[in-house]
Structure formats: C-alpha cells, structure tokens
Ligand binder design. Structure first.
Ligand code: SDX
Length: 428
C-alpha cells in the first residue's frame, strides 16, 4: 500500500502521509490540510471517520468483535485478572508484579478518606437527585479539597492525583447510593481488597455485621473490568478534550461522568432495564417493541442494541450474558426480565432491520440484570459504569498529558447569515 493519500481540490493535487498503527489501521494525516489548501478543512458529524489521537491503551476491532487492553484480550482479563490489576495495566501499560500491585493498593488506601466537608455538598442534594449528577458534582468538588491534583506537570504529581481519585471515587459512589437510601455515610475497611471494600461501603447496614459474598465480589470485579476502557468513546473523548486545556484530573473526570450519563452512552444500562420492565408490564409483548424500534416515526430505540464501532457482537456483551446466567443462578434469583432480554435478543438477531444495520447487543444490554440481582438500584447502574470506566479515563488522560497533545479545538463550516448592517430597534 502507498504511504501517501492524494487529494485533488480545484485541479490542485495535495499529498498527505498515511500512518499505519500496530494493528494495521491506516489513517490519513491531515495536520497540514488547512495550510496547504488555503483553508479547506473536513467535516465528520459524530467523528464517525475521524481519529482524534494515536493511543497505545485499548484496541478494538468492531467488525471482528475484538477488544484488548494494552494487548491483552478482554476474555483473558475478565477471567484471570482482578480489577485493580487491570486498572494498573491500563494506566501504566504493564500487568503489575505482586510488589507493584501491593504498593499501588497501599498508596490508594492512604487516600481513601474524603474530606468530611464533602458531606455538606452531598447533603444539599435532594434524595430525588440522579446519582450521576451528584457524582459529577462531588468529583469536581474534590479539586477544592485536593488542589495539588490540578497542576500535574510531573509524573509524581500525576501519580499522586491518580491514587487520590482511585481511593476517593469508590467512597463517593457508596455515599451517593447511601444518601438516596437514607443510610449513614460510612467507610469500608483498609484490610479488604479494592472491590470487596466497594461492596462493603455500598451495602453495609448500620445495625448488623456485613457478610462478604464471594459471588458478588467476583461478579462486580468482572463487570468493572469489562467497563474499564473502550478507546475514544464519547465520555473518554470528553475527558481527553477537557484535560487538553490542562484542566485538572478531577475536573476532566467530572466532565466524563456527565457525558457518560446520556442514554445513548452509559445511561443505556438504566434505560435497558426500564425498557425491559416496560415490556414486562406490557405483558411481555416483545414484538410490539421491535416494531416501535423499527418505526422511524417512533423515537423509541431498542436500548442496549447497536454500537458506533461494533458491527458484530460486543465481546463484553457475550461475557456479561454468560455471567448473568451464572450470577443469578448462584444467587438463586429468578428474574423474568432475563428471559425477556434473551427473547428480544433472539428476535432482533433474526430480524432483517437489525441484521442489515448490524445492530447487536452491546455492553449495556445485560449488565443491568446483574446489577439488579446484586441489589443495586437502577438509578445507580450508570454510576457503576463510571466506577468501572474510571481507570480507563485516567489512563487516557495521562497518555494525552504525557504525549503533550495540543488543546482540542475542532473547526467548523459556518452556515449562518453573511454580514449585515445593524438595525436599531425602531427599524426591526
Ligand atoms: C456505550 O462508543 C463506545 O465505545 C460506547 C461504549 C463504551 O464502552 O464506552 O461501548 C458504551 O455507549 C454502548 C452504547 C449504549 N447505547 C445504547 O444502547 C443506546 C441504543 N443504541 C443507539 O442509540 C445507537 O446504536 C448508538 C448510539 C449506540 C450508535 O449510534 P450510531 O453509531 O450513531 O448509529 P446510528 O444512530 O447512525 O444508527 C444507524 C442506523 C439508524 O437507522 P437508519 O437511519 O440507517 O435507518 O441504525 C438504527 C438507526 O435508527 N439504530 C437503531 C438502534 N441503533 C441504531 N434502531 C433501533 N434501535 C437501536 N438501538
């Protein structure tokens, strides 16, 4: 293949270098386009064909349904690693030795207390507040209590900001859930593992000894790994572009949480459960909802289906679907919603509308069924997605800052009014 692309504009030919990644993805490097063409730019709504960066963190192939973190397959990591190991891998690029992992966890534990004044901010929210809005606010508020997390020019400053947020974020997640449930805001135990501690903080009751469940720990560990990174998705691109202005890590993460909240993105896991509940209330009439999803006049979409990149099964959905059967079986939970989900999936995979558009179940289609079986309220589902995605956001933000990427500032094509003279109000 040639290493150049040629573009002809108004009879003038321009050559641009082609760059090829380690997985043979090819991109046209158009860094000089505007300069050599006298101002011509490109336009690509939703960036469906546009790369924002070169990254060494996550590789996915949407056609083949491949997902790898730093070269390791998601299947291997979900089966053989734990979430803190995967967080270390994503952020620093290698699977940690036991010594490195122990130090990482110890540094995180040193910062797993949140300034008590943050509770005053949390108290100001009504119980009806959506947890994603609360979490975005509290995450941004952490900057006020940890100002050193802003000017992270050195690797050491960056490391300190990273272990701080990995220590404090699970506390904010637990407090956000407990606030809605009217439960006291607590801490877990330093002698527990990272995921064990998250579950204890979320579920401990003030009047009885918390019993750890191996099933829940393994289920949450796997779900968090599966959500940990996904290259340049909407919320990760948000974290990168906010961080490119040299805003601090916590502020950049807060922006990512807000982007993830949307029902077309991370908010889909909540929307899937609400959709499945609606179908169940409606007598389980999946055909009616399939019809709505295909009706262009109807805004209804089959939530948890389709993906910007995967035009094959989302490999995470495959793993989560299997895990849903296992977890519900282990917990002895019979959930008719799971059967409705499987019925919907079967119908969609045999329906021409979905097959033609290559719409398959994505990561959000089955995850909520497991969260619900674990006793997590539906409004907390996207918060759990954010908890899993935290190390990926951190890794991408760190990579962007270490590579000294320029501030993100896209161009546009103006389609508004041409110059016109001002009219005084009497003449309008
Ligand atoms: C995540 O990007 C990531 O990596 C995200 C994520 C991550 O890990 O970060 O994987 C997490 O966000 C998963 C996606 C969760 N969202 C949903 O489940 C919401 C439902 N899905 C859709 O809204 C949609 O599929 C998107 C938003 C996910 C992708 O939309 P695209 O790529 O912009 O595709 P599109 O909207 O242009 O749709 C193409 C066609 C259209 O029909 P036509 O105009 O060609 O006739 O497919 C149709 C769409 O109407 N379509 C659907 C559909 N998804 C797409 N029709 C019915 N139901 C759906 N779910």
């Amino acid at each position: 293949m040639s290493d150049k692309a040629t573009l002809e504009i108004n009879g003038q030919k321009h050559e641009f270098p082609l760059i090829t990644g380690t997985e043979n993805e090819v991109a046209i490097d158009i860094k000089t386009l505007r300069g050599v063409t006298g101002g011509v730019t490109t336009i690509d709504p939703g960036y469906k064909n546009t790369g924002s960066c070169e990254s060494a963190i996550t590789f996915l192939n949407g056609e083949k349904g491949i997902l790898r973190y730093r070269g390791y397959s998601i299947e291997d990591l979900a089966e053989k690693a734990d979430f803190l190991e995967v967080a270390y891998l994503l952020i620093f690029g290698e699977l940690p030795t036991q010594e490195q992992l122990d130090k990482f966890h110890s540094d995180i534990k040193k910062h797993s207390v949140v300034d008590d004044d943050v509770k005053k901010i949390l108290d100001a929210f009504p119980k009806s507040a959506h947890p994603m809005g609360v979490l975005a606010s509290l995450t941004s508020a952490l900057t006020a209590f940890n100002p050193s997390s802003v000017n992270v020019e050195s690797e050491e400053d960056m490391y300190n900001a990273i272990v701080r947020i990995l220590g404090k974020f699970p506390v904010l997640v637990a407090w956000t859930m407990r606030k809605k449930q009217g439960l006291p805001l607590n801490y877990g135990s330093e002698d527990l593992g990272y995921v064990e501690n998250i579950l204890k903080m979320m579920f401990e009751k003030p009047n009885k000894e918390y019993q750890q469940s191996e099933i829940l720990v393994n289920a949450l560990d796997k779900l968090l790994i599966l959500h940990a990174d996904h290259e340049q998705n909407c919320s990760t691109s948000t974290v990168r572009i906010v961080g490119s202005s040299h805003a601090g890590l916590f502020a950049s993460l807060s922006a990512g949480i807000s982007a993830l909240w949307g029902p077309l993105h991370g908010g889909a896991n909540q929307a899937v459960l609400e959709m499945l509940e609606g179908i169940k209330e409606d007598g389980g009439d999946t055909k009616k909802y399939m019809g709505k999803a295909k009706d262009k006049e109807d805004p209804f979409r089959l939530m948890g289906f389709g993906h910007r990149v995967y035009k094959n099964f989302d490999p995470r959905a495959r793993i989560i679907k299997k895990s849903a059967d296992e977890v519900l079986g282990d917990l002895g939970v019979e959930d008719p919603i799971l059967d409705i989900a499987k019925g919907l999936e079967k119908e969609a995979l045999e329906d021409d509308y979905f097959v033609k558009r290559k719409l398959y179940p994505n990561v959000d289609f089955y995850s909520g069924i497991i969260y619900r079986a674990m006793g997590i309220p539906v409004e907390m589902f996207t918060v759990m997605f954010a908890l899993g995605r935290l190390p990926g956001w951190i890794a991408q933000w760190r990579e962007m800052r270490m590579r000294k990427e320029p501030i993100g500032r896209p161009r546009q094509v103006y389609i508004g009014e041409n110059h016109r003279d001002f009219k005084t109000i009497e003449n309008r």
